[in-house]
Write a protein that binds this ligand. Sequence first.
Ligand SMILES: [Zn+2]
Ligand SMILES: [Zn+2]
Length: 320
Amino acid sequence: MKVKFWGVRGSVPSPIKGNTIRRKIRKILELARPSDLLDETSIETFIDSLPFSLSHTYGGNTTCLEIRTEKNELIIIDAGTGIRELGRFLLKEEYKDGKGECHILFTHTHWDHIQGLPFFEPFYIPGNVFHIHAVSSHIEKRLKYQHNFEHFPIQFENMGSTKYFYQHQEGEIFKIYDLEITTKSMKHPGGSFSYKIKENDKTLIFGSDAEFRLEEIEDLDPYIEYFKNADILIFDTQYTFEEQLTKIDWGHSSAAVATDLALKSNVKNLVLFHHDPAYSDEILDEVYIRAKRYKEMIDFDNKKDLKIHIAYEGLELVIQ
Ligand SMILES: [Zn+2]
Ligand SMILES: [Zn+2]
């Protein structure tokens, strides 16, 4: 199983600004020494030595993930603005000729998880087939609402592909391809649902959007059981620890809570996800460094088995 991240921001898209790029260039130039610029190899080595926030950007698109099975079958999680670019990528495959078929899982229908759908080009091509799954009630009605003439010029029914809807219940286990999918309700205003995707003995869990707090960690047994031994847990870490203290009931967690949960659940790979739109690339570098430092500070026997990642657009993880 493989996962690729096409949108990693929470709440609202946050494109990088021109003056941010100028600031990054200035810092890079200040760091460069003549020996870094001798030839292509030294330039590449120098770029590789820079902090992620200087050599890359985490990206500004909202939630969208591409999951591929061992047979390369496709599952998409959520249709935030990241799905627009995924759609363009899929047009290089059979979706261009109306011969594509895949499943889309919706965690919930807050705007940042559906607003890319009207710009998902494979949806417009007759012949393509999409199986749309959700636990959130009336998923068909909710998605069509976004296409009211008051909001968008093309109605949902006029997007030429074929769509089938599947309304699931919380806790239900269902099959897609050879995968076993389990659902679980997360703590989030209006409701949000996690998906646990199991292929043979490998497990990936998508757990955003979700508000868990350190002081409630003892009440989290059902979740620890649900996350137990996951190969990959992608979790809502929108806020820094300090900011989460000021944003109670906003529906999101911090990397410290996610790390505690991952260690208690014996997760192998934790992915920090759903970054706050106000956080710069530099702040996200700091979030990542602090999460790894927090893991080293706390007392868990299994902490050497946990690897922490931070999501960025283009990140790919493979479970083997
Ligand atoms: Zn969200
Ligand atoms: Zn949400």
